[in-house]
Ligand binder design. Structure first.
Ligand code: SAH
Length: 246
């Protein structure tokens, strides 16, 4: 495995239920005060030991990572690992990224309060929730209908009201809402989708894992004249971005 590889993926496939989401749906209390305090302490530790220790400095990102209840975005069976240094299975063969990767990609996106952001690969909705605290609006697309539906229900319940979830194919972007100040891919295409570059505003930035089995995390800046500048940050492993149009 590559030295610079910072993310390990579990081979997912655990058909896990979203008991927490469904309990929220039925209005039952999800956790006691004591349990909630333990989760806060776990997040403070996670940010210090996994995220700041690896060099993420953006104060807003660190704050959002401290405040977003990652345990409510994973199936109940995974909750005990919610603040561990790893990705987790969220069902449907998909994963929620390692906390450090979420923080690092959020920082790389250079989030600004006025930004409208497009995310490809909603998954659990956690990355969208983190970004929603740093920008004006997040538009997120998920190709698995159940995941899209669950995230669309969970996000507003947890108070993340500036996130729009669409079930669809990220290869097509979201033309009705384009262009976007920032675009983040959390599923990996073999090469950058031209449609998404097109939907990026001049002065905007796109962050994406690009490649096949292993990927490079690529940052693309589009200048005011529309010229592209591309560089690579580090090696990653994400689930593939499926559904590439023929
Ligand atoms: N950002 C997520 C994790 C993403 S996992 C989180 O915070 O939990 C990658 C997700 O991308 C999976 O849910 C997968 O179903 C989705 N995906 C894969 N190909 C896609 C495509 N073409 N369009 C939209 N979503 C896609």
């Amino acid at each position: 495995m590559r030295g610079r590889l910072r993310m390990l993926l579990y081979s997912a496939g655990i058909a896990a239920g979203w008991q927490i989401a469904s309990r929220l749906a039925h209005g039952e209390p999800v956790e006691t005060k004591r349990a909630a305090a333990d989760q806060v302490a776990a997040r403070v530790k996670m940010v210090k030991e996994q995220i700041e220790a690896r060099g993420v400095r953006h104060p807003g990102v660190l704050k959002a990572m401290r405040e977003t209840p990652r345990h409510l975005f994973v199936p109940e069976s995974q909750q005990q690992y919610a603040y561990a240094d790893s990705p987790l299975a969220i069902g449907h063969g998909q994963t929620i990224s390692q906390p450090y990767i979420v923080a690092s990609m959020s920082e790389l996106l250079d989030p600004r309060p006025g930004d409208r952001v497009l995310e490809i690969g909603t998954g659990s909705g956690y990355q969208a929730a983190v970004l929603s605290q740093l920008v004006k609006h997040v538009y997120t697309i998920e190709i698995v209908p159940e995941l899209a539906r669950e995230a669309a229900e969970l996000l507003p319940k947890l108070g993340y009201t500036n996130v729009a979830v669409r079930c669809g194919n990220g290869w097509l972007g979201w033309p009705e809402e384009a262009p976007f100040n920032k675009i983040i891919l959390t599923a990996a295409p073999p090469e950058l989708p031209p449609v998404l570059i097109h939907q990026l505003k001049p002065g905007g930035r796109l962050v994406a894992p690009v490649g096949e089995e292993w990927q490079e995390l690529v940052v693309v800046n589009k200048d005011a004249a529309g010229r592209l500048d591309r560089h690579t940050e580090y090696g990653v492993v994400f689930v593939p971005m499926v559904g590439k149009p023929k």
